[in-house]
Design a protein around this ligand. Structure first.
Ligand code: FDA
Length: 308
């Protein structure tokens, strides 16, 4: 019987498996397809390589739901190092940040202060901060915080957010964000959500993704269409052509290690592609979400593992 998404989601919550995986050479080797390594230097090397293939990047220092202000500050410090390195090395890159990693669960004002200092730094480094979207408990607070950050002096165009097509509320959220000119990354959504909040059927998520993409593209704001789904990508290319929207007016975004063939073919066709590159010691929840999206990845990883 094939291993199912729900088993993988359940395993993603196991503290003992997490501890074993994150601290073993075996675990690190398994995750290396989707995670660029554990150190800042690892992710900078990966970003340099991706840039050399004509794609931009967004760097993600893995970690979520920190338990102390000190941990939040340490997480923010890593991002400050990344922003310095992006500027010094002239990388075509920005950063992706989770508010729970900045201390959102402890004190929203702490997370706001951490995020505000990152956006200010990104402005000085001539780049951008993307606030990732987490589970639905955080949707409203995340959107409110991004609007607040974006409204601060000097931050216009320096901070953006993510919208998940599986949530019923997303059209209304997009209307609000666009009225403030905020850049959006559109994705399908990676968390387990109840039917009361999110479309349970993939067909409906896909339909909503296309509908939302068709609102974003002509909006005059630069957005990211984040998917590996060829149907979503084709729909986006077709819509842009029909509407005369130029290839440099939006970008596709994909995850490190996922559909590298598709990444390169889009670049060859003249589209902008940004690769989201995660790194860090706390890679287990991220890695398990990638497996849960496509349980066949488990076979793929096992095959490559034994081939090495
Ligand atoms: P879908 O899951 O329907 O997959 C379509 C096809 O893509 C599959 O048939 C397969 O070929 C390929 N594919 C998809 N996932 C794969 C994988 N893991 N391994 C191998 N092949 C795979 N989510 C969220 O909730 N908050 C966020 O902030 C973000 N941020 C984000 C950034 C970027 C750049 C991307 C690309 C995605 C996210 N996501 C996210 C994750 C997103 O919500 C979603 O879970 C995944 O992108 C998978 O959805 P697809 O659109 O690729 O389609």
């Amino acid at each position: 019987m094939p291993i199912s998404r729900s088993i993988l989601v359940a395993l993603s919550r196991s503290p003992s498996l997490r501890d074993f995986m994150e601290n073993s050479a075996l675990g690190r080797r398994m995750s290396s397809r989707f995670v660029a390594g554990t150190r800042v230097d690892d992710v900078l090397a990966a970003a340099t390589a991706v840039n050399s293939h004509g794609m931009s990047t967004s760097l993600d220092s893995l970690g979520e739901n920190v338990l102390s202000a000190q941990e939040a500050q340490q997480a923010a410090d890593v991002y400050h190092r990344l922003l310095d390195a992006i500027q010094q090395r002239g990388l075509d890159s920005n950063v992706s940040v989770k508010l729970t990693q900045m201390g959102m669960d402890l004190d929203p004002e702490l997370a706001f202060a951490m995020a505000a200092s990152l956006v200010e730094h990104a402005g000085a480094a001539n780049t951008f901060v993307r606030i990732d979207m987490e589970g639905s408990d955080y949707t409203q607070a995340t959107i409110d915080m991004v609007c607040r950050l974006h409204a601060m002096d000097g931050n216009r165009g320096r901070v953006g957010v993510v919208i998940q097509a599986y949530l019923y509320r997303s059209k209304a959220d997009i209307d609000r964000l666009l009225s403030e000119g905020i850049r959006i990354r559109l994705c399908k959504g990676a968390y387990q959500e109840p039917e009361s909040l999110a479309f349970p059927d993939k067909a409906d998520v896909d339909k909503n993704f296309v509908r939302l993409m068709q609102i974003l593209l002509p909006s005059g704001v630069y957005h990211g269409i984040a998917t590996h789904d060829e149907k979503m990508i084709e729909a986006t290319c077709r819509f842009a052509k029909e509407r005369g929207i130029q290839q440099d007016q939006f970008e596709f975004q994909m995850l490190y290690g996922v559909r590298r063939d598709l990444q390169r073919s889009l670049v060859a066709a003249g589209y902008r592609v940004r690769i989201y590159i995660p790194f860090g010691t706390e890679w287990y929840p991220y890695f398990m979400r990638r497996l849960a999206e496509r349980p066949a990845n488990l076979l793929f990883i096992a095959r490559n593992f034994f081939r090495q």
